[in-house]
Design a protein around this ligand. Structure first.
Ligand code: ADP
Ligand code: MG
Length: 696
């Protein structure tokens, strides 16, 4: 039920209740997602125009806005066809012309009577060597000129909207803004010199100088913080809700784990050990684990997942790990099966491919607890997949799944511990925005002995050279991935491109040396192609982006990416992460089709210069903006109207701490500050958070 506080009603009324907003304007505003006064209130001016009175248009450097007092000298009526109507005026130092296209002449003559003084404000330009002002924004008698703002806010506009209209409506929305009780922790507010909400709103809409438009201004910082805080309170409430369900206490015996560790050909990195101990602690606790394991490509998340699953098994229960692609699920299965079987752990794989009797058999064994570890694709969340005693659910490459799918997996048992893993290096601010309800472990250390991948950038015109190099390299026993262009609008075209490239590489390198995988292939063909590549039977694997996530073939050491300019930085980094895993030197060739846009140039240059996923992610954020960075599938990305995750990243951490503290000390949000925070949740339309407080 909607129990929006009454104090907010005026802000949530129809937009047409604002002056000057009729159905036409309302429609245009709706295009920029403004449908209520509240939306307009949270849409701040993006720019400002200086309109302070000057002696002369000579005092500004055209083209620029000037406000001057003039004397009207003459009207030049009856202009030649197609020429505008001109009025000569003079200010304190010079004379210039006011220019009007298709004016109502009688109105002009009334407004600008010859011999009278007027204050005009508008953009001054030089045309044919003469200063002119086309359609001044203001023409007023000197006695009324005080109504021209010295600094005029400029709002973001949809087509068909005039600044004046939006400004007037925004001012009216500000008038309606009520005084609200404070939801920000007083110490924090004082330390940052933040004003009250009402004052912040009022001043943010009445900037008096450029600096007021900066995200660093106290008014804007406060309003951004409010948005982040509302979001973080929702996450904190969700987190409490997740933790409320009693978890199972899974304590490992170390029996199987120590056995496995002995069999591994390497020692765990410090970061891996740290992550595993975080996880073990969470799993042993009464509360449910809700943890994100973040680690750059190749940082070794799989073995952490394996050890976590063994804790569940050692404690007498089951674990499941879900991967986004069949290739990846199968790869996990193939790499883990021999190890686990030797240790007497039973595991199975379920994907969309399993049908009929065989699937039935697997599911029965699972329900009886005979299968201890289940791997698979999203097929593992189907309704008929029932566990005997599921204790841990792991989601690999979680950014490839929707929020819903993640939740469904966690609900496969009572109080299941949840671990999600991601290789997408996310800037801290985004991680906080997105996963603020989780605890985070980071693998910030790569396994030893990795050598940086040599990255080069080449135009498509030099593809011949690339192929020639490849020929030499594979003759020397090296293996390569060849990634075909990303065709966003059509999967069919994506695989046609891959097939064509496959054919031409077969010709150049020999058909028996080249394999092909793409998303449309029957799963068994995919497996076969992967298996031949893993076994070294083929040297080059032509692929669409199906290999982007997770694929691990340590001996492959060359990565060619065609039309690299169409990929995002994060994706390029993921793809490149497929190589550089073995002992040989690796290389990555980014092939592009000129001309390159400025951002594409920057992206490719960054790839050449940096091997650090986090640094690249930060850069990606500045190049693309937060909305894009996680891709369309990242349905959980919050859309902020004021807060900017780039420039105000530091506020997000503060908001998270503040939100967790508030929900810990006042879980019902019943204290005065808690009550104020409720109003904030309604104001910011944090429906999820509201549901959580209303259900209690
Ligand atoms: P990702 O984090 O991208 O999922 P993987 O788990 O696939 O990475 O691991 C990448 C490679 O690194 C694998 O071949 C794995 O065997 C290897 N590996 C993992 N941990 C270590 C380690 N501590 N020392 C050496 N190699 C490791
Ligand atoms: Mg992985």
């Amino acid at each position: 039920m909607n129990t929006r506080p009454e104090i907010l009603f005026p802000l949530f009324a129809g937009i047409t209740t604002l002056p000057g907003v009729g159905p036409r304007v309302a429609k245009a505003l709706a295009e920029i997602k403004i449908t209520r006064p509240r939306d307009l209130l949270l849409t701040l001016p993006q720019n400002g125009i200086q309109r302070n009175l000057r002696a002369s248009v000579l005092d500004v450097t055209p083209p620029a806005v000037a406000t001057v007092e003039v004397e009207v000298r003459a009207h030049h009526k009856n202009p030649a066809r197609g020429r505008p109507y001109r009025v000569s005026v003079s200010d304190a130092k010079t004379s210039f012309q006011l220019v009007f296209f298709h004016p109502r002449v009688d109105w002009l003559q009334r407004t600008l009577p010859v011999g009278q003084r007027r204050v005009v404000s508008g953009k001054v330009e030089i045309f044919d060597g003469v200063a002119q002002m086309v359609h001044p924004d203001y023409i007023l008698a000197p006695s009324e000129s005080a109504s021209i703002p010295e600094f005029e806010p400029v709002y973001p506009l949809a087509t068909g909207l005039a600044q004046k209209t939006v400004r007037r409506a925004a001012m009216a929305a500000v008038e309606r803004a009520p005084e609200l009780s404070e939801w920000i922790e007083p110490g924090l507010k004082a330390a940052n010199n933040w004003p009250d909400w009402h004052a912040a709103v009022e001043r943010a809409h009445h900037p008096t100088k450029m600096a007021d438009l900066s995200p660093a201004s106290p008014d804007r910082a406060r309003l951004a913080y409010d948005e982040m805080l509302a979001h973080q309170i929702s996450l904190a409430l969700a987190r409490k809700n997740h933790l409320k369900v009693r978890g199972k206490q899974s304590v490992g015996t170390q029996n199987i784990q120590s056995n496995i560790l002995k069999k591994l050909p390497y020692k765990l990195t410090g970061a891996q050990e740290h992550a595993i101990s975080d996880i073990a602690k969470d799993m042993a606790a009464q509360t449910r684990m809700n943890r994100l394991l973040q680690g750059d490509v190749g940082s070794g998340k799989t073995v952490v997942a394996l050890l976590a699953m063994l804790i569940a098994v050692e404690a007498g229960g089951q674990a499941v790990m879900m991967a986004p692609t069949e290739i990846l699920a199968r790869q996990h299965f193939d790499s883990l099966a021999p190890l686990l079987r030797e240790c007497g752990v039973s595991l199975e794989i379920v994907t969309g491919r399993d049908k009929g009797k065989l699937r039935q058999k697997k599911l029965q064994a699972l329900a009886k607890g005979e299968i201890q570890i289940l791997l698979g694709t999203h097929a593992v969340i189907q309704n008929d997949v029932v566990f005997h005693d599921l204790r841990l659910a792991i989601i690999d490459e979680q950014h490839r799944f929707g929020v819903r799918q993640r939740m469904d997996l966690g609900q496969k048992g009572q109080g299941v511990d949840v671990l999600v893993m991601t290789a997408t290096p996310i800037p801290r601010s985004l991680a906080l925005a997105n996963y603020g309800d989780m605890d985070i472990s980071v693998l910030d250390e790569k396994p030893p002995g990795r050598r940086p991948v040599q990255t080069s950038v080449l135009p498509a015109g030099r593809l011949g050279e690339v192929i020639a190099h490849l020929k030499t390299a594979i003759a020397a026993g090296r293996q390569a991935y060849w990634v075909c262009p990303l065709v966003s609008e059509s999967e069919t075209r994506e695989w046609t491109a891959a097939k064509e490239r496959y054919d031409s590489l077969c010709q150049a390198l020999g058909a028996d040396r080249v394999g092909l995988v793409h998303g449309q292939m029957p799963a068994s063909d995919k497996d076969a192609a992967m298996a031949r590549f893993v076994a070294g039977e083929t040297s080059v694997l032509v692929a669409t982006t199906v290999i982007e996530v997770g694929v691990d073939v340590p001996q492959a050491s060359i990565m060619v990416i065609e039309q690299a300019e169409h990929f995002g930085l994060a994706q390029l980094h993921q793809l490149r992460g497929r190589v550089g895993r073995g002992a040989t030197d690796s290389s990555c060739v980014l092939v592009y089709s000129p001309p390159l846009s400025r951002t594409a140039q920057k992206r490719l240059a960054a790839m050449r210069e940096s091997d650090d996923g986090f640094a690249l992610a930060e850069l990606d954020l500045t190049l693309r903006g937060a909305g894009d960075i996680l891709g369309v599938q990242q349905s959980g990305v919050p859309k902020f109207r004021i807060a900017d995750l780039e420039t105000q990243a530091h506020l997000m951490k503060m908001a998270q701490d503040d939100a967790r503290l508030l929900t810990r000390t006042d879980p019902e949000l019943s204290s005065p500050r808690g009550q104020a925070a409720r109003v904030l949740l309604y104001l910011m339309e944090q429906d999820k958070g509201i549901r959580l407080i209303t259900v209690g």
